[in-house]
Design a protein around this ligand. Structure first.
Ligand code: XMP
Length: 317
């Protein structure tokens, strides 16, 4: 019988045998998988696990500070790296979604590599790979390859001559959550919606500027906080806002405005492969729309995405 407690006990012991006094470096994302994997490795080898959490400038509002604080609270040996400017610079003028993904992935590897090299004699790269990732990375076609190429730090182990340690690579998502609970990881991390590696970079359609990021962070924060306050957050598998590359005419007082449009997206899903849009209450949508338009300068229209996957995808890019 599989239980999370026994898995933790066995895995920590195996990791101790495998890793001995070796040092491990690992990138954290704020997501469930990397957090649970890091906690297991930390239980096994303590301070010999060096975690790196990169601010790519495309995270949610206050996410970097909050997640870093949670990690520190969990006792992890973690270094927060502000690399916002590196990412913005690499993204300047890029509009094609795949070009943006590639640039974000490339800069991530550069920053991570730079940081990892400051740790002496590191032998292993820790990763939060779970079983479905293992299967997906074997399939040759389709978007999964692109997805995995980003968040699994592809190419890095070879480049740095590191061995890979992946304590979750036989588990499914719900099992990972159970392990996380057995490890007493906070709900603030375990209950969080999935968030793509390229972050807001693929929710700002077209080119990315720091100003657009700030606008979208404000919009997203109003939407996500609203879901939480209305007890809707846990009913939804993933939610977020998209900044559209169009302006629309509006009216404010006696003035004509010509400003940005944002789309809100909320879906239910099991694994992200298929998804349905969530029938959020009209009252909630009305309230959220008013708040966004009143509070976020530069936005004068809010629309709600009512497309399911397939044929649409969850993200717009
Ligand atoms: P789509 O848009 O393909 O998204 O329906 C399915 C799930 O994958 C996430 N996603 C990504 N995750 N890097 C990631 O790490 C990516 O480039 C990427 N693109 C999409 C998306 O947020 C959803 O959960």
């Amino acid at each position: 019988d599989w239980t999370a407690d026994i898995f933790v006990e066995n895995t920590v012991r195996e990791l101790q045998e495998k890793l001995g006094d070796d040092k491990v470096v690992m990138g954290l994302s704020g997501g469930v998988d990397s957090s649970v994997a890091a906690t297991l490795i930390h239980q096994a080898i303590g301070k010999n696990l060096y975690c790196i959490f990169v601010d790519n400038g495309l995270l949610r509002k206050n996410e970097f500070e909050q997640v870093l604080e949670s990690y520190e609270g969990m006792g992890l040996n973690v270094k927060g790296v502000d690399a916002k400017e590196d990412f913005y610079k690499a993204l300047e003028g890029l509009t094609d979604p795949e070009d943006k993904r590639k640039a974000i992935g490339r800069v991530f590897i550069e920053v991570f590599d730079r940081e990892a090299h400051t740790i002496k004699d590191v032998k292993w790269l820790g990763q939060g790979t779970i079983y479905p990732d293992v299967i997906e990375s074997v399939s040759v076609n389709g978007p999964s390859v692109t997805i995995k190429s980003h968040h699994n730090v592809g190419g890095l182990p070879e480049k740095m001559n590191l061995k890979v340690v992946e304590p979750l690579n036989l588990l499914f998502k719900d099992e990972v959550r159970n392990v996380g609970r057995a490890l007493e990881i906070t709900d603030n991390i375990l209950g969080r919606h999935p968030f793509p590696g390229p972050g807001l970079g693929i929710r700002i359609l077209g080119d990315i500027t720091p100003d657009k990021v700030r606008i979208l962070q404000e919009v997203d924060d109003i939407f996500i906080s609203g879901l939480k306050e209305n007890n809707l957050y846990d009913e939804v598998w993933q939610a977020g806002a998209v900044l559209l590359p169009v302006q629309s005419v509006g009216v404010m007082g006696d003035e004509r405005t010509y400003e940005q449009v944002v789309a809100l997206r909320a879906v239910t899903s099991l694994d992200g492969m298929t998804a349905d849009w969530v029938h959020l209450p009209y009252e909630f949508l009305a309230d959220t729309s008013n708040k966004i338009i009143n509070r976020v300068k530069g936005v004068n229209r809010v629309v709600y995405d009512i497309s399911s996957k397939p044929p649409a995808t969850i993200e717009w890019e």
